[in-house]
Write a protein that binds this ligand. Sequence first.
Ligand SMILES: [Zn+2]
Length: 253
Amino acid sequence: MPAVLRAALFLVVAACMPAGAVERTIFLTFDDGPLNGTANVLYVLEAEQVPAAMFMVGQHVLASPERGALLKRVKSLPLLTLGNHSFSHANNRYERFYADTEAVVADMLKANTVLGLSAPPPIPARLPGRDVFRLRYMSRDDFGLSLEEAQREQVDFEFVAASGFHLYGWDFEWVHDDSGKPVQSVERLIDEIGHLFAAGRTVGKNKLILLMHDEMFQDVFQGKEKLTALVAGLRGKGYVFGHIADYDTKTSP
Ligand SMILES: [Zn+2]
């Protein structure tokens, strides 16, 4: 091919490509607060000016005045979205909890009262122990459940959603051990996120909801340092951080 043609072809191809790489958005979510670790999470999010969703547990708010003050702090920070993560956290006995649909709905509504989540519905929420989506444009059950469990609990998911909640699951978890200590290193986590995007294995295209737990960020686990390193590392890869309310868009597959 003559050089001039090759150059023209290059220009045509370049014009058809987007200006930059595809924008990939990460939605940071923190569950189970207020707990030890929550103050460090808030410190880093504010210092780095990163949006995030805090899915909080009603009975943890009532545990002490300090915990109640952390809830107030979340509500005072415009970058943060307060979400409902139930009142009781199912007392960590999930099968038993989801066997009583009315009690599940009542538990979620009780948490609304404690968290001061009144209006307007739908309230952003995450069910305890269940990776379930019930959004305007996206609905998905928990792939970790057996078919039997999923069928049995579907009624819970539908009733909670119908009671004024948007349910957010997650794509990926920064796992912690029984003591709350993060399992993956920051570098490993960023690598894993890169692989998920590259393989197209996120629930929504080019967006990823990352699940973390407040207790992972206690001083004893170098919480501030690790979360700061995560934010910097993800920014370094060109990801942007999104507000959870912008997750549910019509373009979702
Ligand atoms: Zn939880």
